[in-house]
Write a new protein. Structure first.
Length: 147
């Protein structure tokens, strides 16, 4: 994730986190209202990040799209797999990538995850546009990963 995207998510997380710490008159925010608020936040984050796309993440990875689906942020990345076949990348790199992506999301988006805003990272081949793998990350996936 580029520094700009990370800072945008961090800023939104901090703002959102501050609102989570504000008590309501009833003492608890109703679940349906919380879900509706989260969906609005997901749409706002999506709208802002889309303005900056595509973004180069590293020499192999480009963030090409982001979508809002309810309370989930759906990121799409293209991987430049070089000489490796799509099958080889999907088989050999999936578990390593899943761990790295999950740890990164758990660290950078903890307030979102705690509030029930989840993320999904899809990776496609830059050459063939074939889907290589997808990682759906929620708060439960962070248990034991981040201290």
């Amino acid at each position: 994730m580029t520094k700009k995207v990370f800072l945008l998510i961090l800023s939104a997380s901090l703002s959102f986190g501050a609102s989570l710490d504000t008590p309501t008159r009833t003492g608890e925010f109703p679940a349906e209202q919380m879900k509706a608020q989260n969906a609005k936040i997901v749409k706002l984050v999506t709208k802002e990040i889309k303005k900056t796309l595509p973004q180069t993440v590293d020499k192999y990875t480009t963030l090409t799209d982001i979508e809002a689906k309810g309370t989930t942020l759906l990121y799409t990345f293209e991987l430049n797999t070089g000489a490796k076949s799509d099958e080889s990348v999907a088989k050999e790199d999936r578990s390593r990538m899943k761990r790295a992506v999950t740890v990164g999301v758990c660290q950078s988006s903890s307030k979102f995850l705690e509030a029930g805003i989840n993320t999904s990272y899809s990776y496609i081949s830059a050459k063939t546009k074939v889907k290589l793998f997808r990682f759906d990350i929620s708060q439960k996936d962070c248990t034991g990963l981040v201290h």
